[in-house]
Design a protein around this ligand. Structure first.
Ligand code: NAD
Length: 458
């Protein structure tokens, strides 16, 4: 994943010069306090490591490296997913934990940032072995986890099944104590929230829709103050449909594509979607509900042969997977993996608006290049917070043992995302910084103010 190590330092350098921010801090004290802030916010509080001892079904005993990084708890208990992946490492987990601290601060969630990782390819283990790995993870990290300490959630390679197992083990170790808030992303029957699965995809699409709404409402200000090529596309939308392309058709991408397909507020046509194997293209728009049905019946995959398409009456051309990034679309929704737009393909990107659903799908170099070209990039920290927002709602519901209806969840989700956008967008107008930097500055401001008010900078 691309390093964004300098973001906190850059944000603090900008804030140091702005004397209206923390005006009580002056001269040398100010310099010292800002140095302390760089140290406090850019390094994790704790990096916990363990080798899980797991007995496999064939009788072998293996030691599996695993981590939990607790980046910062200024705003509340640590919160962030657990990733099961063969290439996960301490650096990646630390970067993701830092992003969680900043994301939770941006969206006013009462959480700090954390992340976990287990170095395995989950496909290589039996269900029984995965169950044991989950139990061991909770046993080894038991002292640092809990509803008021550190609350994990699913990430790549984990889902509601793993969260159910982990919560059950936590409950075993802590009899008689509250346990529902110890993990989020659980199944509904085990105290999970309605709408959690759809939350990130819906949030990603909502962010895009709200940007468009703002463009159209504030078009004169946009055109005067922002030098980006999307402004023109947005205005043209009044006469023509927006062409949307979605990279990735998993949990996030398929929901975002369906939202775009069904949207009543904007006229969209989803002209391309891709997954790990193919890209499907139709200049008149793809039948997203039919593709969803196919994916549900085929292990999540899109049709990859002409026969599959004709058998399901789906009109689309099958094209090379990665060419999706280069097609002539108005909006590109990135919903697959990290580092997809990089120095080798950045010059071929045509879409004037890119929405980051996945974490860090654009490398720093490509981000700078595209932003300089006037491409508007809606960053991950702003667009993909739907999952953690609904995790927060799940945590509240678990504590209260009162559960919301699905529509209530979406209303609360959109309200929270709208509040964040309403804070960020006015700052963005007339401001030299790209949206991403605006978001980071806002998060760092919030964290720094809380640390200052708590007397932690002396
Ligand atoms: P997922 O595993 O359900 O789906 C991933 C999709 O990407 C699949 O359709 C897969 O076939 C496709 N894919 C894999 N490699 C590809 C490639 N090279 N080109 C095109 N498609 C490719 O994962 P998800 O839950 O949809 O999450 C997607 C990304 O968003 C992940 O990076 C995840 O960490 C991030 N994310 C997810 C959530 C969430 O709540 N789901 C929240 C925040 C961030």
């Amino acid at each position: 994943m691309s390093e964004r190590n300098t973001v906190i330092e850059n944000s603090l350098t900008t804030l140091l010069k702005d004397e209206s921010f923390l005006p009580d801090l002056k001269a040398q004290t100010r310099e010292q306090a800002f140095k302390s802030l760089v140290a406090l916010l850019s390094t994790p509080n704790h990096v916990h490591k363990s080798y899980l001892r797991v007995s496999l079904e064939n009788g072998t005993i293996v030691r599996i490296p695993s981590f939990r990084v607790q980046h910062n708890d200024t705003l509340g208990p640590y919160k962030g997913g657990i990733r099961f992946h063969e290439s996960v490492n301490e650096g990646e987990v630390s970067n993701l934990a830092r992003l969680m601290t900043l994301k939770n601060a941006l969206h006013e969630l009462p959480f700090g940032g954390g992340k976990g990782g287990v170095i395995i390819n989950p496909r290589e283990y039996t269900v029984k072995e995965l169950h044991l790995i989950c139990k061991k993870y909770v046993q080894y990290f038991n002292d640092i986890l809990g509803p008021d300490k550190d609350i994990p959630a699913p990430d790549a390679g984990t889902g509601e099944r793993e969260m159910d197992w982990m919560m059950a083990e936590y409950k075993n170790i802590h009899p008689g104590e509250p346990y529902r808030g110890s993990f989020t992303g659980k199944s509904i029957i085990n105290g999970g929230s309605l709408g959690r699965k759809q939350a990130t995809g819906k949030g990603v699409y909502f962010t895009f829709r709200y940007m468009m709404h703002n463009f159209l409402k504030e078009q004169e200000r946009w055109l005067q103050t922002q030098d980006n090529i999307f402004a023109e596309t947005a205005l043209n939308h009044l006469d023509k449909k927006l062409k949307v392309a979605v990279q990735g058709f998993g949990n996030l991408g398929s929901v975002a594509a369906l939202e775009a397909f069904q949207c009543n507020y904007l006229q969209n046509e989803v002209i391309a979607v891709s997954d790990r194997q193919v890209m499907l293209y139709n200049s008149d728009g793809l039948d997203i509900p039919a593709l969803l049905k196919f994916a549900e019946e085929n292990d999540g995959d899109l049709p990859s042969a002409k026969e599959d398409l004709s058998a399901h009456d789906i009109k689309a051309e099958i094209r090379d997977r990665d060419s999706l990034l280069e097609i002539d679309a108005d909006v590109l929704i990135m919903a697959a993996l990290e580092n997809q737009i990089h120095k080798d393909n950045m010059k071929k990107i045509k879409a004037p608006l890119i929405v980051e659903g996945a974490n860090a799908p654009i490398t720093e170099e490509a981000d700078k290049y595209l932003s300089d070209q006037g491409t508007l990039i809606v960053p991950d920290i702003l667009a993909n917070a739907g999952g953690v927002i609904v995790s927060y709602l799940e945590w509240i519901q678990g504590r209260e043992t009162q559960f919301y209806k699905e529509e209530q969840i979406y209303e609360l989700l959109y309200e929270k995302m709208q509040n964040t956008m309403d804070t960020i967008l006015p700052q963005f107008f007339g401001d030299p910084f790209p949206l991403r930097q605006n978001c980071y500055i806002h998060s760092v401001m919030k964290l720094s103010t809380v640390l200052f008010r708590q007397g932690k900078l002396y």
